[in-house]
Design a protein around this ligand. Structure first.
Ligand SMILES: [Zn+2]
Length: 391
């Protein structure tokens, strides 16, 4: 386990300055890819099949986009789960804030990538009646907390270069965009992630600090337009973030960074960002070996170390329009949270903004007022000397 934590800390900004443990079981639910349009439901699926793409081989071939009903069903489940302070469970939704404006791109013969911000609705023939109202209702009721994923999930620079060619990759991307699907990652991992080009030379894979700063600034602006608030927490697409990403996030007001799976306590890095590692993969739609038992054991291990249970679940688990992933996920999540609540009667559901408050003040606000949580700090410059419980 320590080896896993070490791997995350190879990046200088992930070398922690202080890490934190807590005197109560904290549970966070972090979820990526909200707002990112995939295969355009049955019509788009059939269009791609007619174009010769053999869809249906892996779960992400059925990744579409959440519907208003999907979102409402998640909120409904979270509402029924209360922590020891009477607060409902809260899903942190990491949003992709723009989709490809497919029709503009086709009209422009793919010379340039046009994006359509989520705040302007969905592109082309995509239709999701009531979706934005459904997000807003869940946020208003405290069941959802919005955070930043990116402005695009894929590396825009890679897509631009590919579209400028006339080869198989360009052909695949054009076929997908004509069917209003941006990409299907497992079929084309060369598309990369927002800050990361997989085929560049090893030390040039991440965009430069200047480029990252610019795309992050644009994404934050899109976020503010959509939610009328600034994002406090971010998760890099594909978890591909480096020291420059953290520096740019810090400049743009991000205080909490979400990291891929492992076991490690939340820790402050040299940019003053609270680095949070996801400790439980809860992905029944995509993990054929998914086991509730395994998730329980992971939660137990977290709580025994005073580490929050940070549950990772991607939006695909809640989709239903092409394939019903949602019913099983909700059933499993319901069972999981019920057992945790029973077994840990002092459990608290929090999100990243609460965690940020807790590590800074030892309290956070909920509907009952300020709630105290004991925090133990450990300084890494002075390994082994715990600073002790504060509140
Ligand atoms: Zn993602």
């Amino acid at each position: 386990m320590l080896r896993v934590a070490h791997r995350f800390w190879r990046s200088p900004s992930l070398m922690p300055i202080r890490s934190f443990c807590f005197d109560r079981p904290l549970v966070l639910l972090q979820s990526d890819d909200w707002g990112r349009a995939g295969v355009r439901d049955r019509e788009g699926f059939e269009q791609l099949r007619s174009a010769g793409i053999d869809l249906g081989q892996r779960p992400y071939d059925f990744y579409t986009l959440e519907t208003a009903d999907d979102v409402a069903a998640v909120a409904d489940l979270l509402k029924r789960h209360r922590d020891s302070a009477g607060r409902s469970a809260c899903l942190e939704m990491n949003f992709v804030l723009a989709n490809v404006d497919f029709q503009e791109c086709v009209a422009d013969d793919f010379r340039r990538i046009h994006l359509r911000p989520l705040s302007d609705g969905l592109p082309g023939r995509w239709s999701r009646p009531g979706l934005f109202e459904s997000y807003a209702a869940g946020m208003h009721d405290g069941h959802f907390y919005p955070a930043l994923h990116g402005s695009t999930h894929f590396c825009k620079r890679v897509a631009e270069c590919v579209l400028a060619q006339q080869d198989d990759r360009a052909q695949l991307l054009r076929t997908l965009w004509k069917a209003e699907t941006a990409y299907i990652y497992w079929r084309m991992p060369w598309i990369g992630y927002e800050y990361w080009n997989p085929e560049a030379r090893r030390n040039e894979r991440f965009l430069s600090l200047r480029c990252q700063d610019q795309v992050i600034n644009e994404a934050v602006t899109l976020f503010k337009t959509l939610f009328r608030t600034s994002p406090l927490s971010a998760c890099a697409p594909g978890y591909r973030a480096n020291d420059d990403t953290h520096r740019a996030w810090a400049r743009n007001g991000i205080r909490v960074a979400q990291n891929g799976p492992g076991i490690a306590p939340p820790r402050i890095d040299r940019h003053g960002i609270l680095q949070v590692t996801r400790t439980i993969d809860f992905e029944p739609a995509t993990n054929s070996c998914f086991s509730l038992e395994h998730c329980f054991r992971a939660a137990e291990e977290c709580f025994s170390r005073g580490i929050p249970a940070v549950i990772s679940m991607h939006a695909v688990n809640f989709h239903s329009s092409l394939k019903d992933f949602r019913s099983r996920t909700l059933r499993l999540l319901n069972g999981f949270l019920s057992v945790l609540e029973k077994k840990y009667p002092d459990l608290l559901y929090v999100h990243d903004a609460d965690l940020w408050q807790i590590v800074n003040t030892g309290t956070y606000e909920n509907s009952q007022g300020a709630l105290r949580v004991g925090v133990k700090q450990q300084g890494y410059g002075n390994r082994g000397s715990a600073i002790g419980w504060g509140a």
